[in-house]
Design a protein around this ligand. Structure first.
Ligand code: AMP
Length: 282
């Protein structure tokens, strides 16, 4: 497994792979890897001759007062996980390498970025879209994999790729959960034992909403109310949002008559957790 930290070296490596007719699969991450990331890598391994994973805690997608400095990092464990997932290259640039002096360009995916997490994190998706576009220019992938856990991020990237004619196939991968239902996240490490128990209310609430949907409930208001009640029973949980949206535009829906995403963000202790489910006729 190669470790590359320089942009030009990364580009030269990918150019050489492409010249040899090899397909490049790419999984961008911020490290502190878990089985959710590993699953993206396994899927990427199937799709590419060469599998590149980036580990880069991108400063520009964190807002003021967010957890950039405290974001968990564990290089040795990450490198081990990548090696066992059959990763060919870890691309791990420094912030200076990605944003040298004088850097001033950014990408805004306007509408899809506004709702849901965009309300409380107004600059987040601009940071995400820009860094992903840059990482694509560095790693030159044919296919890139993203988790459905970050549903809005996936929608933003799909929209950007379409709008800017970026020649990369975007694959969404279903959320990997702990056995008890908690969506895996690097930020789960912020939770103490009590908070970890409370955090289960997110997946429990979403599971209840799915059940009601399967029984025929189509009112977003009713489904949201049910989930809110389940989560707000936990005294340490503060709901940021619970919404039902169109899966492409991410605009709010009142009555579910087409595939919809029920997405939520909840602050528990120091962690802001997100989760979602897709509601559609089976
Ligand atoms: P992050 O390191 O949190 O920026 O995530 C890197 C990639 O892994 C993103 O595409 C995430 O959506 C994806 N990811 C994170 N958690 C999970 C999970 N539990 N299941 C599937 N994919 C995930």
């Amino acid at each position: 497994m190669n470790i590359i930290m320089s942009v030009t070296e990364m580009q030269a490596f990918s150019d050489a792979c492409r010249k040899q007719g090899k397909t490049i699969a790419f999984v961008p991450t911020m490290g502190y890897l878990h089985q959710g990331h590993a699953h993206l890598m396994q899927e990427g391994r199937k799709l590419g001759d060469i599998l590149i994973v980036s580990i880069f805690v991108n400063p520009t997608q964190f807002g003021p007062g967010e957890d950039f400095e405290k974001y968990p990092r564990d290089w040795d464990r990450d490198a081990q996980l990548c090696a066992s997932a059959g990763v060919d290259v870890i691309f791990a640039p420094t912030a200076e390498e990605m944003y040298p002096q004088g850097y001033q360009t950014s990408i805004t995916v306007s509408q899809v970025s506004q709702n849901l997490c965009g309300v409380s994190r107004p600059t987040h998706f601009q940071g995400v879209a820009t860094v992903v576009a840059k990482l694509f220019s560095c790693t030159k992938p044919h296919v890139a994999l993203f988790g459905e856990k970050d549903f809005q991020q996936l929608a933003v990237i799909k929209r950007m790729v379409r709008d800017l004619n970026v020649d990369v196939r975007i694959i969404g991968v279903p959320t990997v959960r702990e056995q008890d239902g908690l969506a895996m996240s690097s930020r789960n490490t912020y939770l103490n034992a009590d908070e970890r128990r409370s955090a289960l209310s997110l997946s429990r609430g979403l599971a209840r909403a799915r059940e009601l949907f399967q029984q025929g409930e189509r009112s977003a208001l009713v489904l949201i109310g049910t989930v809110r009640e389940i989560i707000e029973k936990e005294t340490c949980a503060t709901v940021d949002y619970i919404q039902v949206c169109d899966i492409e535009t991410l605009q709010d829906i009142d009555v579910i008559s087409q595939p919809a995403v029920m997405a939520l963000a909840v602050k528990i202790g120091k962690a802001r957790l997100i989760d979602n489910i897709v509601l559609k006729e089976e």
